[in-house]
Design a protein around this ligand. Structure first.
Ligand code: SF4
Length: 710
């Protein structure tokens, strides 16, 4: 179905339109609020754009570097040219381990390649663990938004679905009850899962580090608890250096969920002995991306960090929703990505699914000029149509009319004469077929009786009118519109995709990347004009952290060194926590009274699940975002410790609080270089997947207590 037909169907669904209006309006307001509080947002956008462009201009070399670093850290890298290849790699890993069920993190790349269907055909069930994705999977439905895929479902529909599928006939439609039902259902899966599958938001070439941003804790569960982890990543997700993350850690959460930082961000590098999956596979996916890279105008779509900000401001998307795009990539980004990924053979009506108002460009955190790409793709669509198609015929007629002054004036005269019988009071309300579509929703002004050129000649005489010669490449130059289209239309997109197997896939993909970059894009300078050093005093930084962590509904207390034990004791008593797991190197002065401490000696997930909570320290905290960061260092233990139990009590040393994200990223550089996994935690786990009602606590700890010591 074309977009206009699918949109007509969607527009008749008034419930959908109400849901969309509420959801997009709410997320828009949240985003505007957190973006507005940063004085350097535009500088961050400029840097984000440059960083993504910088990684694309030598993508082949960066991918090779990523492969080398992941392999050196104990991971295995696979190259997949096509969706089928990627699916069979994942299925092969499952088969090799005798696994018939995998737990899966929300990932658009795996939806794009239809991984779940491929795994099912191979006898492996993929269990979606994000709440919205679970709703979609149980209802055999289709995602309608990048961030909140079940945005089109209301709570009553979700209640009915869960009651039926999870055998819970008495379930209420309160968001808390629905989230709890999902938690109970999925916890059994997490604790017994042997293999996890994820996508990736970014991968850092110089360190081989992969990361996932999320809110519910299901991402942490899937990437931490199973023995085997497979990550499927589009090749465009690459960034060059760890330092680049200081920009994206600010751009993505604020543009996406409208938060200063999303509840959880996990970074891992290959395999960490004793912590997390002991086998890691990274699947590098092309599936049309090298075709996009070959288009000099369209390649900027590969900068996309999938924040969905462009969807929420789009006047078209916010009325028709995601299903009308018939792609896993809806909205403005889908309109430029889907047709390009398919070499313009699918989604040809999508470049027209826009009013070209430019709102998407205004909000895009990596400055993708979506309107420009849309117009460019419209040109590619018209270029590939047969000559008799009305739009193509009209464009060719326009081309001829604009090719010289004489033909332009002839066309003006013809338009003036032809429009006379149609004009009513200076307007043309209705044009005859095939131009009638233009006047279906708008009037056309009647051509003036005298043109500017006629007036000029009358006033100044014939000899004064300039008749500039068109330059090569412009309209009327030596190359016409077809040639212009051809110059910007990539050979790689038009060419049949190379198929390859195993070792050949790597060579084939790298070859296509080099061919796509044959125009040798200029090296990119990264402007780092954003704030990188704090101007706040230490007391201000500590106050800000306490305030921001509290806003994320973490309970925050302060304690002088001699009061620390007492503060921890009181918090445990208040919580009713009697048995806590602790890392083996917990300092003695952190031991709360009256609490049994269970040192982590490799406790299994099921053992951790029986405990009341975990008590740890952290590597550092970030004031501006209210975030604590664990890097597996002193007094922190394994990732599973602060994930499986329902309560996390964390000691933050005052000295360890950084004000800004870039300062924190700089301090974490050594841990990343050593291959230590990082977990960024901002408040308890949370979901807003049910009518955008925020529910605290889904799969990670539902309660976070922070004690600032110092
Ligand atoms: S195009 Fe820009 S605004 Fe839209 S999802 Fe991608 S990064 Fe976000």
């Amino acid at each position: 179905m074309s977009f206009p037909d699918a949109a007509s169907v969607a527009l008749r669904d008034s419930q959908l339109r109400r849901n969309l209006a509420k959801a997009t309006g709410t997320i828009r307001a949240k985003r505007a609020s957190v973006v507005g509080e940063l004085p350097d947002w535009q500088e961050l956008r400029s840097a984000g754009r440059a960083l993504k462009d910088r990684s694309l201009v030598d993508l082949d070399a960066q991918l090779e570097l990523l492969e080398e670093r992941v392999s050196a850290a104990g991971g295995q890298v696979h190259w997949a040219n096509e969706a089928d290849e990627a699916c069979s790699i994942v299925a092969g890993v499952a088969r090799a381990h005798g696994v018939d069920e995998v737990v899966k993190v929300k990932s658009i790349a795996t939806d794009e390649i239809k991984l779940n269907e491929a795994l099912a055909a191979a006898g492996v069930q993929a269990v979606e663990t994000d709440l919205a994705e679970l709703i979609i999977q149980l209802g055999d439905d289709v995602q309608s938004h990048i961030l909140v895929p079940a945005i089109h479902k209301n709570r009553a529909e979700i209640r009915d679905l869960f009651a039926r599928s999870l055998d819970l006939p008495d379930l209420s439609d309160e968001p808390e009850a629905l989230a709890e039902a999902a938690r109970v259902h999925l916890r059994r899966k997490f604790l017994s899962a042997r293999m996890g599958v994820s996508g990736a938001n970014f991968a850092v070439a110089e360190t081989g580090t992969v990361c996932v941003f999320e809110s519910e804790g299901n991402g942490r569960m899937c990437t931490t608890l199973p023995e085997v982890l497979v990550t499927v990543m589009g090749v465009e997700k690459l960034v060059r250096s760890w330092q680049d993350m200081e920009v994206f850690l600010q751009l993505l959460p604020r543009s996406s969920t409208g938060e200063r930082m999303n509840p959880y961000t996990s970074f891992w590098t290959g395999v960490r002995p004793g912590d997390g999956p002991q086998e890691f596979h990274l699947v590098l996916l092309d599936n049309g991306r090298t075709g996009v890279l070959a288009d000099q105008v369209g390649r900027q779509a590969l900068r996309c960090i999938r924040c969905s900000a462009c969807l929420n401001v789009c006047p078209v998307y916010s009325r028709v929703g995601g299903h009308a795009y018939e792609s896993v990539y809806p909205g403005p980004i889908g309109a430029i990505l889907t047709p390009q990924l398919h070499g313009m053979s699918e989604g040809r009506s999508l470049p027209y699914a826009s009013s070209l108002c430019g709102a998407c460009y205004e909000v895009c955190p990596v400055e993708i000029d979506i309107p420009r790409v849309l117009v460019h793709l419209r040109g590619r669509v018209v270029d590939t149509e047969p000559a008799w198609k009305p739009e193509k015929a009209a464009m060719r007629a326009m081309y001829r009319a604009f090719a010289s002054r004489r033909s332009f004036e002839r066309a003006q005269r013809a338009a003036r004469l032809g429009s006379r019988p149609l004009a009513r009071r200076g307007r043309i309300p209705r044009l005859p077929w095939p131009l009638s579509g233009w006047t279906e929703t708008r009037d056309l002004p009647e051509p003036p009786a005298e043109t500017f050129r006629d007036w000029w000649r009358r006033e100044r005489g014939e000899g004064r009118a300039r008749d500039e010669k068109p330059v090569d490449g412009e309209i009327g130059g030596k190359r016409g519109p077809r040639d212009l289209g051809a110059a910007a239309t990539p050979d790689a997109a038009a060419a049949p995709r190379a198929t390859s197997q195993n070792g050949d896939a790597r060579r084939a993909m790298l070859g296509r990347i080099r061919q796509a970059l044959a125009d040798r894009p200029a090296p990119v300078e990264v402007p780092r004009e954003y704030r990188r050093r704090s101007e706040r005093s230490r007391p201000e930084i500590v106050d800000l952290f306490a305030e921001r962590a509290g806003e994320y509904r973490a309970t925050v207390r302060r304690a002088a060194p001699q009061e620390l034990r007492q503060a921890l004791t009181e918090l445990c008593r208040h919580r009713g926590a009697r048995r806590l797991t602790v890392p083996a190197d917990l300092p003695p002065q952190w031991r709360p009274d009256g609490v049994e401490l269970v040192p982590d000696t490799g406790l299994l997930p099921n053992d951790l699940d029986t405990l009341d909570g975990a008590l740890t320290g952290c590597a550092l905290a970030i004031a501006e975002t209210g975030t604590i960061v664990l890097d597996g260092g002193f007094a922190q233990g394994r990732r599973a410790l602060t994930l499986v139990p329902d309560y996390h009590l964390c000691v933050v040393s005052e000295d360890s609080i950084a004000d800004l994200v870039p300062e924190a990223v700089e301090r974490l550089e050594a841990a990343v270089a050593e291959g230590r996994p990082l977990t960024f935690i901002s408040g308890p786990s949370a979901t807003s997947d049910i009518e955008l009602n925020r529910v605290e606590g889904v799969h990670g700890p539902r309660t976070l207590h922070v004690v600032i010591a110092g």
